[in-house]
Ligand binder design. Structure first.
Ligand SMILES: [Zn+2]
Length: 102
C-alpha cells in the first residue's frame, strides 16, 4: 500500500512516512531547512504550521486557518482549562495567519 506525496501536484509515492513526502521533496525539504533553520530545531520537531506552509497550497492553508478560527471562536470560554482570552488569542493568531497568506 503506497501513499502519494503530500506536495500539491506531485504524484510520486511516499518515501518518508513521518512527513508523507516523496524522496525528491523530502531531500528538498531537508536541504531547505539546513539553510533556514538550525538542525536541532528540525530534530526536536518542526511545528506543523511551518511544514504545512511549505507543502500545502495557499488555498489549503487558508482553509486550515479558517477552520481553526471557527474552532477557537466557537469554544472560547466554554472549554475547561482554557480561558476565553486564551482561545480568543488563538482565534486572532489564525486570523492574522489568514490575512498574511493573501
Ligand atoms: Zn513529491
Amino acid at each position: 500500500m503506497s501513499k502519494i506525496c503530500c506536495y500539491s501536484n506531485c504524484n510520486n509515492s511516499v518515501f518518508d512516512m513521518r512527513t508523507l513526502m516523496c524522496e525528491v521533496h523530502y531531500k528538498d525539504f531537508i536541504k531547505d531547512d539546513v539553510i533556514n533553520k538550525p538542525k536541532h530545531y528540525h530534530e526536536c520537531g518542526v511545528d506543523p504550521i511551518s511544514i504545512g506552509e511549505k507543502i500545502f497550497s495557499k488555498e489549503e492553508m487558508n482553509g486550515f486557518y479558517k477552520m481553526n478560527m471557527l474552532k477557537y471562536w466557537y469554544r472560547a470560554g466554554k472549554k475547561e482549562g482554557n480561558s476565553k482570552e486564551q482561545d480568543l488569542e488563538k482565534y486572532n493568531f489564525y486570523k492574522k495567519k489568514l490575512e498574511e497568506n493573501k
